[in-house]
Design a protein around this ligand. Structure first.
Ligand SMILES: [Zn+2]
Length: 253
């Protein structure tokens, strides 16, 4: 007795199984949560081999970023609570960076301390009532040629660009966290964006996050953990001279 099914039926069953499998795969995929985002977004915000990060001054082993806050030439909206916000944002990035490199900041206020020496590559922070366009914060890098960053200025607006209202301290903290990310090196020197595509990250272009995400921390940790040869732009202090033929690159919030 022949127990084999007719060839035609066998083919039909195989097709049915295949179709069922496809439907299952389809529906499973449809019901899944969105695909997981990557662990970090470094490739989104920097150009390979043209990264900036702070490096030790010549003869030193650890990185110390000179942060100079202008608390003298301030807009009428300014008050001293801004200093604590700056410190909070400045420090939020440090633990992750320190997992990769010895890292700290040295902060001075123009009002009660003498400024850093002129040959320091420093981060200057200034406040203003409003910035142009829809910006509430920006970091301007000054570069000398292609190799060195000679300094940078972070500008923080105290009022909303939309309706002129005073920004809350939580909003200002979100802006400061974002701009410190740029200042610590999450900055695209190419034609691409300097921002994360995920709204949960403080480096999102319109972030309101007041805490660093796991991806923010992973990104800055990876950035400072790269081998030195992967980084072209570097602190001027390592070269020991100050060049004034600067090229300004502005990142807008
Ligand atoms: Zn930005």
């Amino acid at each position: 007795m022949n127990t084999m099914p007719p060839p035609g039926r066998n083919t039909f069953l195989s097709l049915l199984v295949l179709l069922t499998g496809l439907l299952t795969a389809c529906c499973n995929k449809k019901n899944d949560s969105p695909p997981p985002v990557s662990q970090d977004y470094l490739s989104e915000v920097t150009v390979p081999n043209d990264h900036f990060r702070w490096t030790p001054r010549r003869g030193a082993t650890s990185v110390v970023v000179p942060v100079e806050i202008d608390d003298v030439n301030v807009p009428p909206e300014w008050n001293s609570s801004m200093l604590a916000l700056v410190e909070q944002a400045r420090d939020a990035w440090k633990p992750a960076i320190r997992e990769a490199r010895a890292f700290d900041t040295s902060t001075r206020r123009l009002g009660n301390q003498s400024p850093f020496a002129a040959d320091y590559t420093k981060l200057s922070i200034v406040f203003t009532s409003r910035l142009g366009g829809s910006r509430v914060g920006q970091v301007e890098y000054r570069r000398s040629g292609a190799t060195f960053v000679t300094g940078m200025t972070m500008t923080i607006a105290m009022r909303s660009p939309l309706d002129g209202r005073l920004l809350t301290n939580a909003e200002l903290l979100a802006v400061l966290l974002h701009e410190f990310g740029h200042a610590y090196g999450l900055f695209n020197f190419g034609s691409g964006d300097s921002h994360s595509s995920s709204p949960a990250d403080v480096m999102y272009h319109a972030s309101t996050a007041t805490n660093l995400s796991a991806r923010d921390n992973a990104t800055i940790r990876k950035h400072y953990g790269l081998t030195p040869t992967a980084v072209r732009a570097d602190s001027l202090a390592a070269a020991g001279s100050l060049m004034l033929d600067t090229l300004a690159v502005a990142a807008t919030h």
